[in-house]
Design a protein around this ligand. Structure first.
Ligand code: PLP
Length: 411
């Protein structure tokens, strides 16, 4: 007798949690939130690798399409594995609602495009991930949406940029790659006074160390490609906010334009969430140890780490983040040549443009993520030719430090 016809096998055999998921601590929510077990009672979440669903009758099918009958329709709209991932990340973030997307850029693009129409205006911090800045500066204007880029740390610039048509404020904090930190609560107040909504790209902070919605933001976006996968396997993204925000701005945009996350990738991300707290904690400790080891090194002219008292916005870090960061930015002396000598002399740390991985990764922003910008625009953002973006991995901190110090000697 197969399990599915065995009358002793009931659906959802697992016990229900003792209390509401939001009353558990983040580490616990990362393991249990969103789990939907099939009739087989599997321990680990199932991968529902299916594009669609079949129905018992034409009436049931029609009922699903009108929404009168609950259930799945088509994986561009929703899928059980993707839904588990959405519920788990929403529970971690403390958001009412979440939607998964195929990549971080799909999340950013849908979050921004979903909130505006021709004639609207966006205010964004100029220190943005390259792709995000292209969407704001180059793509939105093609649809009649104008934008103003401001120095995110200067509250007066946010205030002065506001127009009657301003609908969206957008920024990342800490920023990529220079790790500047902006005051989410204060900037949310300025946005709301202007009748606009604040969207935060929270990739660098991770949901563990910063909760923008609790600080007053209206929408949070992630590239789950980074810490949430955390082992360099899949692309993914997420958009989080209130149920109202998602329904008003995001729900139909995603359903009808189709940047859906694959169920397989959603499963990888679900498994990533289970170990996220452990990994981010350890990577943050490793980054802190590296920042101490490199402090005052004769080959380094500048070092920025949000966990240190000498960070330029240390007071804001203390106010809005629970810990420092898994990332460090530092400037190797000798410009591009010095930086390249250093990068080429590394052996453990890998040269790449990803971050948040189990492996220690290093990036040269001026020739990769930010090569599209003019030298003047890079200078304005503090992205010098010697700047290195460092992402701490899970290796032993002494091995990472030894690799960096040896390579600095060669620089
Ligand atoms: C990587 C990244 C993105 C884009 O994410 P993809 O998954 O690569 O599309 C957006 N914002 C930030 C801050 C990032 O680091």
């Amino acid at each position: 007798m197969s399990a599915s016809t065995d009358p002793s096998v009931k659906s959802s055999t697992a016990k229900q949690p003792r209390k509401a998921m939001r009353d558990y601590r983040p580490e616990t929510r990362l393991i249990h939130a969103g789990t939907q077990r099939s009739q087989f009672g599997e321990t680990s979440e199932a991968i529902f690798l299916t594009q669609g669903f079949v129905y018992d009758s034409a009436e049931q099918c029609a009922g699903r399409f009108t929404g009168e009958e609950p259930g799945y329709l088509y994986s561009r709209f929703s899928n059980p594995t993707v839904n588990m991932f959405e519920q788990r990340i929403a529970a971690l973030e403390g958001a009412e609602s979440a939607r998964a997307t195929a990549s971080g850029m799909a999340a950013v693009t849908a979050a921004l495009m979903g909130q505006v129409r021709a004639g609207d205006h966006v205010v964004a911090a100029k220190a943005l991930f390259g792709g995000c800045r292209w969407v704001v500066e180059d793509w939105l204007p093609r649809f009649g949406v104008t934008s103003t880029l401001v120095d995110g740390g200067d509250l007066a610039q946010w205030r002065n940029a506001v127009r009657d048509t301003t609908k969206v404020f957008f920024m990342e904090t800490p920023t990529n790659p220079t790790l500047e930190v902006y005051d989410i609560a204060e900037i949310a107040k300025i946005a709301h006074a202007a009748g606009a909504k604040l969207t935060i790209d929270n990739v660098f902070a991770t949901p563990l160390w910063q909760s923008p919605l609790a600080l007053g933001a209206d929408c949070v976006v992630y590239s789950t490609t980074k810490h949430i996968d955390g082992q360099g396997r899949c692309l993914g993204g997420a958009i989080l906010g209130s149920e109202q925000f998602i329904q008003d701005n995001i729900h139909n945009v995603l359903r009808q334009s189709g940047p859906a996350m694959s169920p397989f990738n959603a499963w990888v991300m679900l498994k990533g969430l289970e170990t996220l707290a452990l990994r981010v904690q350890k990577q943050t400790e490793n980054a802190a140890a590296v920042s101490v080891a490199l402090d005052g090194h004769p080959k380094i002219s500048r070092l920025v780490y949000p966990g240190r008292p000498d960070h330029p916005q240390a007071d804001i870090v203390r106010k809005q983040m629970r810990a420092g960061s898994t990332m460090i930015a530092f400037e190797v002396k000798g410009g591009k040549a010095g930086a390249f000598r250093f990068l080429n002399a590394l052996s453990l740390a890998k040269i790449t443009n990803n971050l948040g991985d189990a492996r220690t990764l290093v990036t040269h922003p001026a020739t990769t993520t930010h090569q599209r910008l003019t030298p003047e625009a890079r200078a304005e953002l503090g992205i010098s030719d010697g700047l290195i973006r460092f992402s701490a991995g899970l290796e032993h901190p002494d091995d990472i430090i030894e690799d960096l110090l040896t390579a600095l000697q060669a620089a």
